[in-house]
Design a protein around this ligand. Structure first.
Ligand SMILES: [Mn+2]
Length: 208
């Protein structure tokens, strides 16, 4: 890994911002480095509000994901919330499953075994879904390359919604919905969401 120091910030901008905010120029130069150069931008950075969140439906396939989840709830389907075993995956699963459980009981969770199954969607997880009459899996922080796994689940009558933030390959899995801001055809403006961030956008869309 190669570290590059960002170039020195414009002194006038740094001084001006330090005065406007009443802070040390060292702090204002850190803000300027992050593209924050005015009082209003700094205010939005330090005091963000929910109204400033982007519309979740700017994300490609969001409408399809919401529709499929609503359909599952109406038909009383069992839903499995599946995510990787790392920090991003486990927080994604905790976030989405606890949200869904506030208004729908048939929610199960699955975190694959680090040594036995490894990262990503596992056949074992799909078999677990089949054994428990689950017909919809929502995969978080993984799944963007799970082409064979999604096809395997499909043969068992299990649908997938994928919420990932990793870079897609040449082909996308044939899931009901593939949420990933790094998709070429996704117009969601912020591309650097983590997996849990994509899960959060799904919750935001479900809540609209
Ligand atoms: Mn992640």
């Amino acid at each position: 890994m190669r570290w590059n120091l960002s170039p020195k910030q414009n002194l006038e901008t740094v001084t001006h911002l330090a005065q406007a905010l009443g802070i040390d120029p060292l702090l204002s130069s850190l803000l300027v480095q992050r593209g924050i150069t005015t009082f209003d931008q700094a205010k939005r950075f330090f005091r963000p509000s929910l109204e400033e969140l982007h519309d979740p439906f700017l994300m490609q396939d969001m409408d399809l994901a919401v529709k499929r989840i609503q359909q599952a709830i109406e038909a009383q389907e069992n839903i499995l919330v599946y995510g990787d075993y790392d920090v991003d995956g486990t927080t994604s699963v905790a976030l989405l499953s606890s949200y869904l459980k506030t208004y729908y009981p048939n929610i199960a969770t699955y975190i694959p075994d680090r040594y036995d199954e490894g990262y990503g969607v596992s056949y074992k997880g799909i078999d677990f879904a089949q054994d428990n009459d689950i017909t919809l899996i929502i995969a978080l922080d993984c799944g963007i390359k799970a082409i064979e796994k999604v096809a395997y689940a499909s043969k068992k009558g299990i649908d997938f919604i994928i919420c990932d933030h990793h870079r897609p390959g040449a082909k996308l899995p044939k899931a009901v919905a593939v949420l990933d801001p790094k998709r070429d055809d996704c117009s969601y403006p912020y591309k650097e969401l983590c997996g849990c961030g994509v899960g959060f956008k799904l919750i935001q869309a479900l809540g609209v």
